[in-house]
Design a protein around this ligand. Structure first.
Ligand SMILES: [Zn+2]
Ligand SMILES: [Zn+2]
Length: 127
């Protein structure tokens, strides 16, 4: 297994890459299976054919169906964001829902992204 950010070889129980400090599974520049450089956001690795996008870290390791259901029923309050570890985003969604009712619109956008596998988990972004 290789660091997806810098291509350094990692052993299986490593949590972060000691070379670049990025969490294992994060990054999109190298294939996690063979370590070869790939184009960012490529669907599959052209070298080994392994899916480059949907690692088990995808959506913070959460089940896609569960996230979609949570998004439909509780998305306006950012509950799906909390589930994926996006605390800042979740809090921002709650505020948005209470003050301007916009949380539902964001939830709809998230729903489409989760359903089409284009959602990017980001623990630091508000929107
Ligand atoms: Zn690295
Ligand atoms: Zn590969």
């Amino acid at each position: 297994m290789y660091c997806k950010n810098c291509g350094e070889q990692l052993n299986d129980n490593q949590v972060i890459c000691v070379k670049c400090g990025v969490k294992v599974g994060d990054g999109s520049h190298y294939c996690s299976n063979c370590g070869k450089e790939i184009t960012p956001n490529a669907e599959v690795c052209m070298n080994c054919g392994v899916s480059a996008k949907k690692s088990k870290e995808y959506l913070n390791g959460q089940d896609k169906i569960v996230l979609i259901l949570v998004c439909i029923f509780l998305g306006g309050f950012g509950i799906h964001n909390f589930i994926m570890g996006e605390t800042k985003r979740g809090i921002f969604r709650i505020i948005m829902s209470f003050f301007c009712g916009l949380g539902t619109i964001f939830a709809l956008i998230d729903l489409v992204k989760i359903a089409t596998d284009t959602y990017v988990v980001d623990h630091d972004k508000l929107i």
